[in-house]
Design a protein around this ligand. Structure first.
Ligand code: ADP
Length: 660
């Protein structure tokens, strides 16, 4: 257009050139009346020649008529070419007029500069939004500004931005500054899908969707009513995607005419959708940073550990609030440095703690440091602390920071000391007890063993005395001798029982697996006579294999069954033995229908030499049940009786299972 036309060209060639110019060219006379017009000018003005020729040029542009008059006036008076550029709503275009004065006439070149202007406007709008972002404007503020700017650049557009919910299934209005409020109200929880109007579909298929006829397009079939009521006829939607290609929302452009976008419009709108995606993603990242920052701060406040953060490059150490709370060092007002920390480690622990710390800090492979040491509090007292830190490395593996947590374990240490002291005392006491028990057992064994000999002497000499001096002893004397022999005999029994009891703790044979029925049969054989005499019945069934000391188990049954026969009632003795298995023990029951035991004596009968009857009524020494209790104890179990006088007795004892 700026190329000067050679004046040597003939008229025909000039006409050709005139017609073939890409810009519109109009020649006008001094009154601005149009003489000639080239085809491109007609195309730009969307008019035919007859309507244009003979008209005053400014009158063809009612929206800018006065401005054009002034512009031509200026060119006329300056006699120099000049430009005028403005938006012409009647054409929905930006036109540039360049007028060349020529012998009181003008050649006017008209050019559609809409595309160029729009690009300039988009660029400046982008700059404005970035500036807003830099000054930390809110997202809605920025988006509203951007969409308003878009509508200014493309005055026939109404823009609306919908955001996809976290579930990735529903769209909601995020910014739509010029959409009618009635339409806006509908933009709530719009499901996305393959047939969900323009925006819902674009978000679903992740591609732009252009609908030029809302009324009849199948995509809008179920929701075109409100759009039509709002005056919209076409809608173009662009998905807004993040850097990973995930949809964040959809930009919708509504028009009141039925129209598809031109390639240029698509390009420009895609630029908008890209800018929106940058804003949204930036906001999301900022939010997640803020969230993790808040979490970090909350953890710092909530934790009972003093959190520290050591920058390995600047050697600066920062502390969380708990340093003050736990140890009284106020790092918020005066920095509590690495040197302060080292100085406050107890001198006896300092070398060790700092050297393990430095080993980790200076290593390329270690990530974790932990130590326990004494740490001086602000009041001068020492606390026991458990401290540990984790190294954060950069992408090259170089350590940049170490984040750690110091825990006050003074209470735990105190309890540990107390517990240790308690354990030591207990162990000492147990050892003393064991020693005295062993001594006692030894004594009981030796005493009973050694007592037997002089006892035998007493009774045999008494018997010798009786036979030798039989004639000279009167009846009273003989009775006294019998009492003495009886006493000696009874003492022998007691000593034998005591010996049996103390033997339990000596010569213990190894436990083994066996079935208790074998031992029961053995006991039945032992008591064959008594069973026959009393017509006793001993019954048992389904006894499990057990792991125990066989001899002791036999002794246990022997005592319980012997007692059940001995302490029979008027009826024939019925003795039942059963066993049930618990998680950790075998539980045996020996029940009889004998005379029973009053509740008052249920504990006492298990003590040594405790009897409830005179020897004249029932023989015995009162050691049988004490032996039973000892045996069950040696097997990790216990024994008790359930009984009432005249109601029979149930002796229940337990044997611990192997590995329990
Ligand atoms: P002993 O039978 O030699 O007296 P034990 O230690 O075996 O000694 O029993 C202690 C006391 O418990 C007995 O004297 C008796 O009074 C009572 N006793 C034991 N078993 C039974 C039983 N099955 N029925 C009733 N009383 C019993």
């Amino acid at each position: 257009m700026d190329t000067p036309v050679a004046i040597t060209l003939n008229e025909e060639k000039l006409l050709d050139l005139f017609s073939s110019f890409k810009d519109g060219i109009v020649t006008i006379d001094e009154n601005y009346i149009i003489d000639s017009v080239n085809p491109n000018a007609l195309k730009l003005l969307r008019m035919n020649e007859s309507l244009v020729k003979g008209k005053r040029l400014p009158s063809l542009f009612p929206s800018n008529q006065l401005n054009l008059e002034n512009f031509l006036q200026n060119v006329n008076s300056s006699l120099h070419y000049s430009d005028y550029r403005n938006y012409f709503p009647e054409h929905q275009r930006w036109f540039q007029f360049r007028a060349y004065p020529f012998n009181k006439e003008f050649s006017v070149f008209i050019k559609d500069v809409s595309g160029q202007i729009q690009n300039e406007q988009i660029l400046s709008l982008e700059r404005e939004v970035h500036l807003m972002q830099a000054t930390q404007a809110t997202l809605t503020h920025m988006l509203d500004h951007l969409l308003r700017g878009l509508e200014k650049i493309f005055p026939s557009y109404h823009a609306g931005l919908l955001e996809l919910s976290k579930s990735g299934k529903l769209l909601n209005d995020l910014s739509s500054p010029s959409l009618p409020s009635k339409y806006k109200e509908q933009l709530v929880d719009i499901p996305i899908g393959p047939n969900a109007a323009s925006c819902g579909t674009a978000s679903f298929i992740k591609k732009p969707v252009f609908v030029s006829d809302i009324e009849n397009d199948p995509l809008w079939k179920f929701c075109n009513q409100t759009a039509l009521e709002a005056g919209f006829r076409s809608c173009w939607s662009f998905p807004v995607m993040d850097s990973k290609g995930e949809v964040m929302g959809s930009l919708g452009i509504y028009l009141s005419e039925k129209k598809l976008p031109s390639a240029d419009e698509i390009k420009k709108l895609e630029r908008f959708s890209y800018l929106i995606s940058v804003l949204l993603e930036h906001q999301r990242i900022a939010q997640s940073i803020q969230l993790s920052d808040e979490i970090y701060k909350t953890v710092l406040r909530a934790t009972n550990d003093a959190i520290w953060d050591y920058d390995m490059e600047t050697k600066v150490m920062q502390w969380g609030y708990s340093l003050k709370k736990l140890f009284g060092h106020d790092s918020e007002n005066t920095p509590y440095t690495l040197t302060d920390w080292i100085d406050d480690i107890h001198p006896d622990d300092r070398v060790r703690a700092t050297s393990t710390f430095n080993t980790v800090i200076n290593s390329d492979t270690l990530h974790y440091w932990e130590d326990e040491y004494r740490f001086k509090k602000a009041d001068g007292d020492y606390a026991y602390v458990y401290d540990r830190g984790m190294i954060i490395r950069d992408e090259n593996g170089k350590g940049t920071r170490m984040i750690g947590a110091m825990q006050d374990i003074s209470e735990r240490k105190k309890s540990e000391f107390i517990l240790k002291e308690l354990n030591d005392t207990l162990a000492r006491r147990a050892a003393e007890l064991e020693a005295s028990n062993t001594e006692l057992e030894k004594f009981a064994y030796i005493a009973s063993h050694d007592l037997k000999e002089p006892l035998r002497m007493i009774s045999s000499f008494l018997q010798l005395f009786e036979s030798k001096y039989n004639h000279s002893i009167d009846a009273k004397g003989k009775e006294y001798i019998r009492f003495a022999v009886d006493g000696a005999e009874r003492m022998k029994e007691l000593i034998n029982d005591l010996l049996d009891y103390s033997k339990l703790l000596k010569n213990i044979t190894e436990p083994e697996w066996f079935n208790p029925s074998t031992e029961l049969e053995e006991v039945s054989r032992m008591f064959n006579n008594e069973i026959n005499l009393s017509n006793a019945k001993i019954s048992f069934s389904h006894l499990p294999e057990i792991y125990a000391n066989r001899n002791q188990f036999l002794q246990l049954l022997q005592n319980l069954i012997g007692n059940a026969i001995k302490y029979k009632s008027d009826q024939d003795p019925q003795i039942e033995i059963s066993c049930k298995s618990t998680k950790s023990h075998w539980e045996f029951t020996v029940s009889d229908n004998g005379i029973g035991i009053d509740k008052e004596y249920h504990q006492k009968i298990f003590d040594m030499f405790q009897r409830l009857h005179s020897r004249s009524k029932y023989s015995g020494t009162g050691i049988g049940l004490a032996i039973c209790r000892k045996i069950t104890e040696l097997h990790g179990g216990s024994i008790h009786v359930e009984s009432a006088q005249g109601k029979g007795s149930r002796f229940v004892f337990t044997i611990r299972k192997l590995n329990s």
